[in-house]
Each structure stands twice: as structure tokens, then as C-alpha cells.
Design a protein around this ligand. Structure first.
Ligand SMILES: NC(=O)c1ccc[n+]([C@@H]2O[C@H](COP(=O)([O-])OP(=O)(O)OC[C@H]3O[C@@H](n4cnc5c(N)ncnc54)[C@H](O)[C@@H]3O)[C@@H](O)[C@H]2O)c1
Ligand SMILES: [Zn+2]
Ligand SMILES: [Zn+2]
Length: 405
């Protein structure tokens, strides 16, 4: 079968690999009909999320048809159409039972303290082969897969694999009350769903920050007021738009590959911080620096803590920041002093996908949200590497990879 395989920083290839088989009683094998690429895949290709094992199949978003099930998968039949949640969870440990599926004690082969296990990630997360492939083995499939009703299309379901639940999780972490003003940093696919979810939860206003005009346009379509940080200072503008108070809530939907402004007026500030950002990069992702040439083609960020700084400075006193943009374990830079002085609440983590997918399926099935509106491109698996390139170059807002023959 064809699959997108990680080899090294900046080196991913479409290859023929053996088809997966049932290994454990809770496994299913799924024939994928579509997959997708999100910012998390890019961190790994760029080298800002270190520790990838060569040979790992990438991808953690997928919809498909159940091909085979282990004897303890009692809730699915061969032929069922399913969406696969990105994170893997057993469903029976105390964390899963409390809804903390991404902190499952049993899913990560590296042990209960190793953290979240997800498809197509670094060694520390499994490694579990991913979903940018014609077929995949799904561990704990009885928990990780959700049936897709006839009223929901593959395209809609694909967004419930990761990006919609993650955006919703961000808004949930931010603890939004009706009427709140919420900033969302990053208008990639995850940021778009954070905007949609904040408004679903009753946010009065959403201020969305990015520097890509097509993504800001999409954010406006989704109901946000937009700020282009290459044209104006993000923090000053948020203050300006909120009567000098700041936002009640902030959601970081960017993570480790944040960039700093490169044009006036904010460039002056970022130039003063340049050395700090360089030191952060050296500390967080030394592998990236030794592979700079390969990584450069995939546009790694140049300012790891930029969004964390902006969020802390622009949220109101007593406000809450939700961090869903991914930072690797090696990231140690956060403006804790300023956050302390403002009595901020910081909440962060990997999405508990399985907690939200069934509820989001109902919302989409009822027509309250049309998630497919954020798809901008569709590519067959044979051009998966080009698809990665388009997404990394920001020539695609969100990209579906078609696997149907
Ligand atoms: N916590 C989770 O469970 C989870 C799940 C999925 C994705 N994620 C993470 O969410 C983040 C976003 O994912 P995505 O698919 O939307 O990624 P993406 O790379 O498509 O989008 C990131 C966006 O951030 C913008 N950006 C860069 N620097 C910025 C800055 N200083 N201020 C504001 N915007 C800035 C970029 O222009 C881009 O549009 C990634 O870090 C991804 O790994 C987290
Ligand atoms: Zn994703
Ligand atoms: Zn568990």
C-alpha cells in the first residue's frame, strides 16, 4: 500500500509499505478513504518537534471503512464508515474514564508517564504508524473510532478526527462565558475551529491574529475581527479594540513554529528579541539547527515564545490563556513573571479527542456548523508530498488527501 513515510528532517517520501495487520485484540484495520495534513505534521517535518523515528508513517487524521477487527472490538462491523480520533486511548483507565483521553495510562507503549500517544508522532508518543496511508492499524479501536452517520459526509467527518475537536478543546480550556471577548492566535485549520467553537460557546467577540491574508479572510467569514501582525502591532491593536482592557480569554493555536513580525511597526520589537528567539530555538530544537538547510524549505518558525508572550501581554488581568498550539517537551520559555503579576490562569494540553467527537458529530449532522467550508484544496495520495509543500507554503488553508482509488 502507499503511505507517506518520515525519513529525516525535511525528508518525507511516498512509498510502498506492507499492509497493517491486527496485532492486539482491541485493534481494527481501517481502509482509509481520506486523510489530511495539519500543523502538527509540519512541526515534525520541520524538526521543531524532535524525536521522529525514520520509517514512521505520518498522519493522524483519517476517515475510512473498517476492514478487520480484533475479538475485543464489539461495537463495529466490517464495512462500517468511521472517523479515527488522532489520540489513542484505552477507555478503561481512570484518566479515560474522567475524559482525559489524551493522558491515557495504557495507550502509550512507553508507559503511563510518557504522555499522549497519537498516530504518526515521535518515538515518545509511540511510535504508532499514522493515517496518511491507504490502510492503518487502529489500537484500542473500540474507543478511538466513531461511526459516521449517513447524514455526515467523509469531508465533514475528516475534520472531526483532529482539527474540530482540537479547536473546541481550546475554547473549552479557555472556559468561555457568554459575552466574553476571546483572542485566537493563528488562523490555520485549528485556529479556524477555535474561532467557530468560541462563538458556539457564546463568545461576544473573537479577535483573530495571523499574517496570512487568505487565512484572515477565512477567519472573518467565520465571524472573527482580524488583526494582521505584519501590518500592526498585535498587542497594541488588541488593547485598542478592547478599550485598553485586553481580551477575557486567549487561545494559542500556533505553537512552536510561531514567527515574529518582519515588517513595521512591530519589527522593531522583534529585532530586539531576535537573540532571545535564537537561543530558544537552539535550546528547543537542536536537531533543526544541524539540519537547517533541509528544514528551511518547510518554513520552521523563528520565534518559539512569540505567541505565548503576546497572549500574556494582551489578555485582561485575571484572564485565562488556553494553549493548544503544540510545544515539544524541550520548550522551557514562558513569561511566567508577567502572567503571575496579572493573576492569569494558564491551561494547556493535547486534545481529548474522544471526549468531543460524538457531540461534534451531532452538531455537524444537525447542520449547525458546516466544517467542510474550511477545505481549500484536495489532492490524491500520489501527490501527497506536493500537498505537504502547498500546506507548508501556506498556499492551502486546509488540505484533504484523497485515498479512494
Ligand atoms: N493540542 C492539540 O491536541 C493539537 C491538535 C492538533 C493541532 N495542534 C497544534 O495546533 C497548532 C495549529 O495547527 P494548524 O494545523 O492550524 O497549523 P498551521 O501551521 O496551519 O497554522 C498556524 C498558523 O499560525 C500562524 N502564525 C505564525 N506565527 C504567528 C504569530 N506570531 N501570531 C499569530 N499567528 C501566527 C501561521 O501563519 C499559520 O497560519 C499547531 O501547533 C498544531 O501542532 C494541537
Ligand atoms: Zn492534526
Ligand atoms: Zn486509558
Amino acid at each position: 500500500m502507499k503511505a507517506v513515510v518520515y525519513h529525516d528532517i525535511g525528508d518525507i517520501r511516498l512509498e510502498n509499505v506492507p499492509e497493517p495487520k491486527i496485532q492486539d485484540s482491541n485493534d481494527a484495520v481501517v481502509r482509509l478513504t481520506s486523510s489530511a495534513i495539519c500543523g502538527t505534521d509540519l512541526h515534525m517535518v520541520r524538526g521543531t518537534m524532535p524525536g521522529m523515528e525514520p520509517g514512521t508513517i505520518l498522519g493522524h487524521e483519517g476517515v475510512g471503512i473498517v476492514e478487520d477487527t480484533g475479538r475485543n472490538v464489539r461495537n463495529f462491523d466490517v464495512g462500517d464508515r468511521v472517523v479515527i480520533g488522532s489520540t489513542i486511548a484505552c477507555g478503561y483507565c481512570s484518566y479515560c474514564r474522567a475524559g482525559y483521553f489524551s493522558q491515557c495510562d495504557n495507550a502509550n507503549p512507553n508507559g503511563p508517564q510518557a504522555g499522549t500517544s497519537f498516530f504518526g508522532g515521535p518515538k515518545a508518543t509511540g511510535s504508532i504508524d499514522g493515517l496518511q496511508a491507504e490502510m492503518a492499524r487502529v489500537p484500542f479501536a473500540n474507543v478511538g473510532m466513531v461511526k459516521v452517520p449517513d447524514s455526515v459526509t467523509d469531508e465533514q467527518a475528516l475534520m472531526m478526527s483532529d482539527i474540530f475537536p482540537t479547536g473546541y478543546f481550546g475554547a473549552d480550556l479557555a472556559h468561555i462565558h457568554p459575552g466574553h471577548t476571546v483572542s485566537v492566535f493563528g488562523c490555520g485549520p485549528v485556529g479556524q475551529f477555535a474561532i467557530i467553537s468560541a462563538l458556539l460557546m457564546g463568545a461576544g467577540r473573537v479577535l483573530a491574529v495571523d499574517c496570512i491574508e487568505s487565512r484572515l479572510q477565512k477567519a472573518r467569514e467565520n465571524g472573527a475581527e482580524t488583526i494582521n501582525f505584519e501590518e500592526e502591532d498585535a498587542v497594541d491593536t488588541i488593547q485598542d479594540l478592547t478599550g485598553g482592557i485586553g481580551t477575557d480569554r486567549a487561545i494559542d493555536a500556533v505553537g512552536i513554529d510561531a514567527i515574529h513580525p518582519h515588517s513595521p511597526p512591530a519589527v522593531a520589537i522583534s529585532e530586539r528579541q531576535q537573540q532571545l528567539f535564537e537561543e530558544e530555538l537552539e535550546d528547543v530544537a537542536p536537531e533543526l539547527l544541524s539540519h537547517r538547510e533541509q528544514a528551511e524549505r518547510w518554513h520552521p518558525g523563528d520565534a518559539p515564545s512569540q505567541v505565548l508572550q503576546w497572549a500574556v501581554h494582551s489578555v485582561a488581568k485575571g484572564g485565562t490563556i488556553a494553549v493548544i498550539g503544540v510545544y515539544p517537551e524541550s520548550m522551557r520559555f514562558f513569561p511566567i513573571g508577567k502572567a503571575m503579576m496579572k493573576n492569569l490562569t494558564i491551561r494547556a494540553g493535547n486534545c481529548n479527542h474522544r471526549k468531543y467527537i460524538p457531540m461534534l458529530m451531532q452538531i455537524v449532522s444537525a447542520g449547525s456548523v458546516q466544517p467542510e467550508r474550511i477545505i481549500t484544496q484536495q489532492q490524491p495520495i500520489v501527490s501527497a508530498i506536493d500537498a505537504y509543500r502547498m500546506f507548508a507554503d501556506k498556499k492551502a488553508g486546509w488540505l484533504k488527501v484523497e485515498l479512494r482509488p
